[in-house]
Write a protein that binds this ligand. Structure first.
Ligand SMILES: [Zn+2]
Length: 341
């Protein structure tokens, strides 16, 4: 059946004047990468597939677990029982929603060595990652490749969105200093409401649709929302005059290929994770929040945290040794979950 002007799958969206038939056709010719398929990624993937973005590439390194279902709205109990990779579970659900969209599931742990291949050829990226280091890496790669991306993050009842146009707006490194003094823990430690992840992913999706239809003005603003306090704010941020990423083009994170992000420690059943840039962690704060989840002890030099059969040793610089696995993907996942950097 052929689409007519006011009927068919996308009729309600085409009737919305700023999009129209022309915008809909632009969406159909677009490719979006959704980096991470958790609370933000599942919602954004659902919105963009239903909206008729031509190609949606879903990139994620994890599998579905029961405690994801509270907020990761594409997944069900069967996915969790089978421990399906999130990208695969999302693809199978979304294919039945819109068979016209090309959905590409990519089970991948993005790192400096592969991120350019993951992003190449796309028109926009939705940031649905869960840790600072991957965002810095995404920032570098998008600046280098000239790809606009929509940053989103949520924790507790709060979230933020910022759309970054390489060369036109402030970048993520203009927004966040590279060595935060406070632990930047995510929802695995501090919790998160599905209402805020939903709102943030919806705003990100709207930004992506505006961007792909040519209706978005690059403006260096951050949208901040707290669904518990009913706070909705929008503020401008300045481009940092000597930003190492968007001004100096140093791409510290992307160029850290020689620095090993994760190294299996031979014969020790352990993996070491070293951030590309050293952090200065608040060890007391970290110990206090981790002790709510498992046994955490700070001896003044390092912090040892035991959870689910793993022993995670954390140093103030952000380096960590994860005992109980030789699998770098599991180790990185535990690291971003509990340390969050
Ligand atoms: Zn910048």
């Amino acid at each position: 059946m052929e689409l007519t002007k006011v009927s068919g799958r996308y009729s309600r969206q085409e009737l919305f004047e700023p999009i129209g038939r022309e915008g809909q056709e632009k969406l159909g010719r677009s490719t979006v990468v959704i980096l991470g398929c958790g609370a933000l990624g599942t919602v954004a993937a659902d919105r963009l597939v239903r909206a008729g973005v031509g190609t949606v590439r879903i990139v994620d390194r994890d599998f579905v677990e029961l405690d994801n279902l509270q907020r990761q709205s594409l997944f069900n109990e069967e996915h969790a029982l089978k421990r399906l990779p999130k990208a695969v579970a999302a693809e199978s659900v979304l294919k039945s929603v819109n068979s016209e969209v090309s959905i590409q599931a990519d089970i991948c742990d993005v790192a400096p060595a592969n991120i350019e291949d993951v992003l190449r050829g796309c028109d926009a990226v939705v940031d649905a990652t869960d840790n600072l280091e991957t965002r810095f890496l995404l920032n570098d790669a998008c600046l280098k490749l000239g790809i606009p991306w929509v940053h989103g993050a949520a924790v507790g009842s709060c979230g933020q969105v910022m759309t970054i146009f390489p060369g036109k707006t402030a970048c993520y490194r203009c927004l966040v200093p590279e060595s935060p003094s406070e632990p930047l823990q995510g929802c695995d430690v501090l919790g998160v409401l599905n209402m805020v992840t939903g709102v943030i992913a919806d705003i990100q999706s709207a930004e992506a649709v505006k961007l792909l239809t040519g209706k978005l003005n690059p403006d260096s603003t951050v949208v901040f929302i707290d669904v518990w306090e009913n706070e909705f704010e929008r503020f401008a941020i300045d481009r940092v005059a000597d930003c190492p990423a968007c001004v100096r083009g140093e791409y510290t994170f992307l160029n850290s290929k020689a620095v090993s992000w994760s190294t299996s420690l031979c014969g020790r059943n352990a993996v070491q994770i070293s951030p590309a840039l050293e952090a200065t962690l608040d060890m007391k704060g970290l110990a206090a929040s981790l002790s709510r989840l498992g046994h955490a002890e700070d001896n003044g030099y390092l912090l040892v945290f035991n959870i689910d059969g793993y022993e995670i040793t954390i140093f103030p610089t952000g380096r960590a040794i994860i005992k109980g696995t030789t699998d770098k993907t599991i180790a990185r996942s535990l690291y971003s979950r509990y340390i969050g950097y």
